[in-house]
Design a binder for this molecule. Structure first.
Ligand code: AMP
Length: 486
């Protein structure tokens, strides 16, 4: 099947060909003819399968008859409205419309919060046919009478299940009340739960259902694994995994903004330059962090679920769930940032005992078991490898008491099990670095040493276990490398 066979205009075909697309994806092949026919649609497709072009192309085509080059704002009413849950996704969908519609005299813009409203008001004043928006800012603009939605012909709810959940529903209902009742409505998402399906049926007019994969399926090409690890050991494991698996670009999801901040600090201190994106950051900072990451100019992006939906990051090889999301659907969205457009991907989850139930729910939803791994393997490997190079004083300093790993029921020496990167992984590394011939390693040591010198909870825990104070690590100049008194 070719794009031409779908009945798309030559102006659109030229733009598609400029993108290097040779044939429609499955969702495009199924959705484009139905949307062109004017029906309402609920489309459930795995993330990364080309959903955006699946609705953007037929919308553009349906707008061609009224397209014009007139300067009059009245000739450019909003005819297509696309709502997304996040600003970043809005910006991305807008970019797709610009790319696919580049040969058409149709105006398109995007509005979202967190940035100055003035320029958005100005663009709207001149008129646009296609408006991509987040709900809050759209309603602000409606209230300030900057926009009129009475001529909307097509409405899209992208990431529809999120748009119709309790958080967004009141805004969506307000927006729906401003639209003409005879319109085309399109709901797109990778996941639809039963409640949302029921609700969507009340909002749509005899929708055609398009489903190209089982509901809530995850891309087959994503290799999923779970590491069963205590919460306290997560940072250690994360850092060990990034270096062991030599992850060159990784998106890490944390559950809360504060948690994301802590993780960012920790990774940066571990010499892993990290960008961050969450709701407390300014829109400019969010966009910049995302842009750097998308261009491959930053290796690690820590994010809350703000980045879980729809974001298209070319060839992203790996997503890590530092914490599992509270809803299983969000897991599907998060890991869908990798394995996009037929590429393979890696999805790693760090699962603490208290998250075991969430993991069960995820496995039920995706209808497959996720491979479980034992973190001790990797944590110990890091220890043993580095131990070979440790100065003798450290090798001597065996801890006196073991503590139990709750997963394996096995005992481990206190210095491994006491979970703070600063004490069980960073120290061997520091010692290695201290003896390194590489000047860069030597330079970084001073920062890390100062971090370690601050008393940490783990130090105190070790001290309690050993019933001896933990001696702070000394720098090379003081010529002592004893860490834990033997
Ligand atoms: P989406 O699911 O809309 O976020 O799209 C995922 C990725 O697939 C984007 O990078 C698109 O540029 C790409 N894409 C969309 N349609 C096609 C196509 N027909 N052929 C190749 N790549 C495509």
């Amino acid at each position: 099947m070719s794009f031409a066979e779908l009945g798309l205009a030559h102006t659109l075909l030229a733009a598609i060909s400029d993108q290097g697309y040779t044939e429609p994806t499955e969702i495009q092949a199924k959705a484009i003819p139905v949307i062109l026919s004017g029906c309402d649609v609920t489309a459930c497709a795995q993330t990364g399968t080309g959903k955006t072009a699946g609705f953007a192309l037929p919308i553009l085509q349906r707008l061609i008859p009224g397209a014009n080059t007139s300067a009059s704002p009245a000739k450019h009413p909003v005819r297509a409205l696309i709502l997304t849950p996040t600003r970043e996704l809005a910006a991305q969908v807008y970019e797709s419309f610009i790319l696919y519609g580049k040969n058409l005299p149709l105006r398109c813009t995007v509005v979202y919060g967190g940035v100055n409203i003035g320029p958005q008001q100005q663009i709207l004043k001149d008129g646009v046919e296609i408006l991509v928006a987040t709900p809050g800012r759209l309603l602000d603009l409606v209230e300030q009478k900057n926009i009129h939605l009475g001529q909307v012909e097509t409405l899209v709810l992208d990431e529809a299940d999120r748009m119709l959940d309790m958080g967004f529903l009141p805004d969506i209902r307000k927006i729906l009340s401003l639209l003409p009742s005879s319109r085309q409505s399109l709901l797109f998402s990778a996941t639809f739960n039963d409640e949302i399906t029921k609700l969507s049926n009340t909002l749509l007019n005899h929708p055609q259902r398009i489903e190209i994969a089982p509901r809530s399926a995850t891309a087959d090409l994503i290799e999923q694994s779970a590491w069963l690890v205590s919460s306290e050991n997560k940072q250690n494991l994360l850092i060990a995994l990034i270096s062991k698996l030599n992850l060159q670009q990784v998106l890490i999801f944390a559950k809360t903004r504060q948690g994301a901040n802590r993780l960012e600090g920790r990774l940066n201190r571990a010499q892993l330059p990290t960008q961050i994106i969450h709701g407390d950051k300014t829109q400019q900072a969010r966009m910049e962090a995302l842009e750097l990451f998308k261009k491959g100019q930053s290796r690690i992006l820590v994010a809350t679920d703000i980045a879980a939906r729809g974001l298209d990051i070319q060839e992203l090889p790996c997503v890590i769930n530092y914490e599992l999301p509270s809803s299983a659907e969000d897991y599907v969205h998060r890991i869908g940032r990798t394995g996009r457009a037929g590429a393979s991907g890696l999805a790693i989850s760090l699962v603490a005992p208290e998250e075991a139930k969430l993991l069960d729910e995820i496995e039920k939803l995706i209808k497959r078991k996720i491979d479980k791994h034992n973190p001790d393997e990797i944590l110990n490997a890091t220890m043993f490898e580095t131990e070979k190079n440790l100065p003798r004083t450290v090798k001597r300093s065996e801890p006196k008491q073991d503590i139990k790993n709750p997963y394996l029921g096995k005992n481990y020496p206190a210095y491994m099990a006491c979970s703070d990167f600063q004490t069980d992984l960073e120290i061997p590394w520091l010692l290695q670095a201290q003896h390194s011939k590489v000047p860069e390693m030597k330079r970084t040591i001073s920062t890390s040493v100062s971090t370690f010198r601050t008393p940490t909870k783990a130090n105190n825990e070790i001290a309690a276990l050993l019933r001896k104070p933990v001696k702070p690590y000394q720098t090379e100049q003081s010529n002592s490398s004893e860490l834990i008194p033997g």
